[in-house]
Write a protein that binds this ligand. Structure first.
Ligand SMILES: [Zn+2]
Length: 102
């Protein structure tokens, strides 16, 4: 019977910091500690590689514009849902404020 590979308690603390590490959000000292651990630990190295790939895919997807047809269809469906629920569309002024948030 094979035992599933589970990260140790020590690794879990590193895994929690991994996304911050990949975003460059950690302090230089913490960054070095995480880097040293990743190089020495196969489990965390694998997780870091996977997370890096996932982040690259997400970034590439975020850059791509949603096709106009999809946007129109989504808007139509949202309007239909709102009408069904008896809700009013959000005012343009409020919508603009949300659009500037990225
Ligand atoms: Zn580890």
């Amino acid at each position: 019977m094979s035992v599933p590979a589970r990260p140790s308690a020590r690794c879990r603390t590193f895994l929690l910091e991994l996304s911050r590490y990949l975003d460059g959000d950690l302090s230089p000292a913490r960054r070095r500690t995480v880097e040293r651990h990743i190089k020495a630990c196969a489990c965390c190295e694998e997780m870091a590689a996977r997370l890096r790939r996932t982040m690259a895919v997400c970034r590439a997807e975020a850059k791509r514009r949603t096709p106009r047809g999809v946007m129109l269809l989504a808007a139509k469906r949202i309007r239909a849902l709102m009408a069904r629920e008896g809700l009013q569309p959000v005012a343009t002024r409020q919508r603009r404020r949300h659009a500037s948030e990225t």
